[in-house]
Design a protein. Structure first.
Length: 227
């Protein structure tokens, strides 16, 4: 699917935790086209006209599913660009998005014996799949979601509306249960499963290395590590 530019408008901004924001956009032209698990480039340069060289931008996973008219992202304001987003993105702000990019879930074949592991905002690409009808094709699925605390699980309401009722879902809250234990997950699921990992770069690297050491084939480890 060829990436296209979309002049867009911010329709909502919400924040239930300091420096973490969920932003929703609507297209001011063509309908957004993407598949679950893909990401977009967001540009803030108000001088860009949609024609010239693409300006500085940052990547964000889309947490809405392709059936929704609008696109949601969640980001943490901790670097120069995201702190600028914190200042600029308000209801009514117009900006350019370029999408789609990535093929996270297209690598998952066959769609059975799949283990999803997400840390923090790394859950966002999973939400785009969990809320999409295509998730019904996934069989024998286990889901592991880690957050710093229950307060940091700002996706609970969204998760309850997803198609995961019949799936094995495990929550880890660092202040109560500690970090997600990748060795324990491997011991429960073994070498034949496909492991999909999304989260902070350090977590992805450590989990991938542990799975490789335990003998999981590299093709069975799929990571959302475009950052």
């Amino acid at each position: 699917m060829l990436a296209k530019k979309y002049l867009s408008e911010v329709v909502s901004v919400s924040s239930s935790l300091k420096n973490i924001y969920t932003v929703e956009f609507r297209s001011l032209g063509r309908t957004y086209k993407f598949v679950p698990g893909q990401f977009l480039h967001l540009a803030l340069d108000d001088r860009y006209d949609g024609i010239g060289q693409w300006p500085e931008s940052r990547c964000f996973s889309m947490q809405s599913n392709p059936g929704e008219e609008q696109i949601r992202i969640t980001y943490s304001a901790k670097g120069r660009f995201t702190k600028e987003m914190e200042k600029v993105l308000q209801v009514g702000t117009k900006l350019w998005l370029k999408l789609p990019y990535g093929e996270l879930f297209s690598k998952v074949l066959p769609r059975n014996k799949v283990v999803f592991i997400a840390g923090g905002t790394g859950i966002t690409p999973f939400l785009s799949l969990f809320s999409d009808s295509s998730f019904e094709d996934y069989k024998d699925v286990s889901i592991y979601l880690g957050f710093r605390s229950k307060e940091h699980n700002i996706y609970e309401k969204e998760l309850k509306s997803c198609n995961i009722v019949s799936k094995e879902v495990n929550y880890f809250y660092e202040n109560e249960n500690g970090l997600i234990d990748i060795d324990s997950i491997y011991n429960d699921h073994g070498i034949e499963c496909q492991y999909i990992i999304s989260g902070p770069p350090q977590m992805i690297t450590f989990f991938k290395d542990r799975l490789l050491i335990n003998g999981v084939h590299k093709n069975n480890i799929i990571t959302d590590d475009w950052e």
